[in-house]
Each structure stands twice: as C-alpha cells, then as structure tokens.
Design a protein around this ligand. Structure first.
Ligand SMILES: [Zn+2]
Length: 319
C-alpha cells in the first residue's frame, strides 16, 4: 500500500512546475534583486547589538503548543515542508521582538544553511514559518511584520548523537520526490527540532528567501545549533530538489541592525560546524587582542581551508 502511494506521488510529481531555480538566483523576480532588506544574511555575533533596555526585544520568546502538532509533509519541488493540518490547533509564537501573536504554518529545511555565522554556513537550517495570527498567507505578505521565522542552524553530529529528525522519519518516504499531494497526517513534537537554547537568538528584519522575496519577515536566528546524525541528514537530503542545495546566498545587511537576545553572550558562538568555523569565531571575537603575526597565521589557515572546502560566502572575517 505504501509503495503504491509513493509511486502515485512520483507520477504526480512530474507536473510540479518550476518558475525559478536555485541555479540562477540573479534571475529571481520580485524584490529578490532590488530589495534593500533581503535574507539570508551573514551574522557576525560580536557586531550584533545587545538590547539592555529591552527597546527592541521585550522579554523572552513565548512558545505555545509546539509539543503535539498535526502536520502533513510534501516535497514542493523547492523545499520539503511539514505544514499544519488545517482545522487543527496550531502552535503560537509571541514575545521577544514580536509585537503580536504569530500562528505556526509550516516547518521546512534548507541545505546548506541559509544564514551564515562569521562567514560560514552550516550543513542545514530549519525554518519555522509563522503568520501574524488572523492573516492568511497572501494577507501576511502585505504587511511589513506579517511573517515571523525562527531559524535553527543544524550541524551533523558524531555517531551516537541523538537526532532531532527522528521525529520526522515516518514521513521521509513521502518527501523524496516532488508532488502536488500531501502525505497523510502525522503527529509531531516540534520542540524536538528546537535549538538547545530557544531563548538565545539574533533578530533582524528581512525577507522570505525564495521569490518573490517580500520584505515582511521578523527573523529570529538561534545562536546554538542543533544536531542531526549523518544517517538522518542523508535520509532527508536525498529529497529531489533539482539535485542541488536549496540555500540562497547571503545578502548585504545594508543599514539594518542585528540585535541579540540577553541569552547570547557577545563571544558565545564557539559551537561552530567545524574547526574552521571555530577559528573564524576566535578571529572575529578576539582580533583586537591578537598579535598581528598570530592573526595573519590564523587567517591564512581559514582562507586555505575555505578554498579547499568550497565553503566561501560573500562576507568573510579575514580580509
Ligand atoms: Zn526557508
């Protein structure tokens, strides 16, 4: 029975239309090419602003109802997403930089990560997408604060680590191929996909990271990455999304500010995806205290590794 369903989904997948491609971001329509507040961005933790008087981040984020959610999975051709089943109770996010309640709509994944930290991308990023409560998707896209997205960076952990993707495994066979049909309903505990510290985050105003890239998003990018096993990472990323990564390249920050919550210490971001990331974080945090010789040596290591690994993003820590 299950295999029959999968075959049918594969067939319907042939009709999924593609209007744009991650192969050619320069051709993206809408705000993507001309907007001034685009996402994702490179976050430099030590350049983010604290908010001691809570002018921008007014208290902690409040997560309600994420423990038991009815969702349906689908590979849309651009992303794999788990959307809340219409008519069932949806989680609600409020607090932090948000001035309203935001109702959870879907969770989806990007590989590589979209946001970079200190110039480096992680293997994956989880996006929890919320719409301002009471608005549908089209209405939310008309308001500057219509959408709230929580981004959780993901590292691929050592063998023996528990994996947050365990929760989504029952739906994996349904998301291998693009389809116009949703999977059956699954009950999931979305808190298992959260960052280890869901109160430590960076926040800024930006856009959706896919066309038409409307600038309507309050972003909350978590400071501490979560971990998936190598097997689960392979299992999820076998999904057919044009056979390539589905992350957008980082966009200029421009005149925007990135604030950090109180839970983020200014040099806390030492949990990096690699030794290379750790070196970049050390340079970013301590460059004013380093001798020129040591800084030069560390920067040359970072640059060489970046070339070897192809791990280059637009803004790097070493110049
Ligand atoms: Zn996304």
């Amino acid at each position: 029975m299950v295999s029959t369903v999968i075959v049918l989904l594969s067939l319907t997948g042939l009709s999924v239309a593609r209007d744009w491609s991650h192969h050619d971001e320069d051709a993206w329509p809408g705000q993507c090419g001309v907007g001034k507040e685009q996402s994702p961005i490179n976050i430099v933790p030590h350049e983010s602003l604290p908010d001691p008087h809570e002018a921008h981040i007014r208290g902690p984020l409040v997560y309600r109802g994420y423990g038991d959610v009815e969702v349906r999975a689908r590979n849309t051709g651009y992303k794999v997403r788990w959307a809340v089943e219409p008519g069932t109770p949806a989680p609600v996010l409020s607090g932090g930089p948000l001035r309203d309640n935001y109702t959870f709509a879907e969770v989806h994944f990007h590989w590589l990560s979209e946001h970079a930290i200190n110039g480096l991308k992680y293997p994956m990023e989880i996006h929890f997408v919320h719409l301002k409560t009471g608005l549908n998707f089209d209405q939310a896209l008309q308001q500057r604060d219509g959408v709230a997205v929580v981004g959780v960076l993901v590292q691929v952990g050592p063998i023996g680590e528990t994996s947050v993707l365990e929760e989504l495994l029952p739906a994996m066979d349904y998301i291998v191929n693009p389809s116009n049909e949703d999977s059956p309903t699954f009950n999931v505990d979305l808190t298992k996909l959260f960052s280890p510290n869901p109160q430590a985050f960076y926040t800024y105003h930006g856009s959706l990271t896919t066309p038409l890239c409307p600038e309507v998003v309050t972003w909350m990018v978590m400071d501490q990455p979560t971990t998936v096993t190598h097997d689960h990472y392979k299992n999820l990323t076998r999904a057919d999304l044009e056979g390539i990564n589905n992350d957008r390249r980082v966009q200029p920050l421009g005149t925007r500010m990135v604030y950090r919550s109180k839970e983020v210490a200014s040099c806390s971001h030492m949990a990096s995806p690699s030794l290379l990331g750790l070196a970049a974080a050390i340079i970013a945090c301590f460059r004013s205290k380093m001798s020129t010789t040591l800084l030069g040596a560390m920067c040359s290591i970072v640059k060489t590794k970046r070339r070897l690994l192809g791990n280059v993003v637009n803004k790097v820590t070493c110049h």
